[in-house]
Design a protein. Structure first.
Length: 247
């Protein structure tokens, strides 16, 4: 990972501090009325977003969090994605990612059948269809309508799951302790390891992606029932993630 290309993206009191090799991304106590974020990334946020990372990519880092799974509020993580949503949850393009992703119990992201809708996971997601495909454009339009018309949200979610390919592995570990995370994003496969042990192997997302590491107070619901909501959660006390990135 090229540390020179990384820059902070801060919202409503989020902070990124560096002490030696350790980056600390922290957010203050926050209400559910507004978004709060502390983020490191390597892309510009103005639309259209352009990303520079393509396979093969090798990510190696150590990380720990201020709170254990379930107590940490919002979402947090690190890896690669295409930032496909607006802050309000509108879909800009089909999501693609390969990352270690955490969401607190206020979220219910049922992307993979049989997998829990929150928690700490290794996850990869892609669509085999290009974003210019008419079916994909129709799905995006339907998904955005679903935000305002709950009656068609179940249809939108069902259609999305016929196109999106997702794999997840739940990580049962103490997030407050240092662990070593490895991600090898290759042309055909992405391999995730924690403390040297492989935890997930999944089809590789296609196209360029951006690196991101973040802590925020986001919540998201994409349930099998068709419920589809994006909002924020209350963070009652400061929380943070510390990273040591290896080049």
């Amino acid at each position: 990972m090229n540390l020179v290309s990384l820059k902070p993206h801060l919202v409503n009191g989020g902070q990124v501090e560096r002490c030696g090799d350790v980056f600390r991304l922290s957010i203050p106590p926050s209400t559910s009325a507004a978004y709060t974020d502390a983020q490191l990334d390597d892309y510009e946020h103005a639309l259209p977003r352009r990303f520079s990372n393509t396979p093969p990519q090798r990510l190696r880092l150590r990380a720990r969090f201020s709170h254990p799974s379930g107590a940490l509020k919002g979402t947090a993580g690190f890896g690669f994605w295409n930032h496909p949503f607006t802050r309000e949850g509108g879909v800009l393009e089909p999501p693609r990612n390969a990352w270690f992703f955490y969401s607190s119990p206020e979220s219910d992201l049922r992307i993979v059948r049989g997998a829990p809708g929150h928690g700490f996971k290794a996850a990869a997601l892609h669509t085999p269809l290009p974003s210019t495909d008419r079916r994909v454009k129709g799905l995006i339009t339907l998904g955005n309508l679903a935000l305002k018309l709950p009656g068609i949200s179940a249809l939108a979610m069902a259609a999305a799951r016929t196109i999106v390919r997702a794999r997840e592995a739940v990580l049962a570990l103490d997030m407050t302790q240092w662990h070593h995370y490895a991600l090898d994003w290759l042309p055909d496969v992405v391999i995730f390891k924690v403390d040297g042990e492989e935890v997930l192997r999944a089809p590789s997302p296609r196209g360029a992606l951006g690196f991101v590491a973040w802590v925020d107070n986001y919540r998201a619901v994409a349930a099998h029932s068709g419920e589809y909501r994006f909002a924020y959660v209350e963070v009652p006390e400061p929380q943070w993630m510390e990273l040591v990135l290896e080049e």
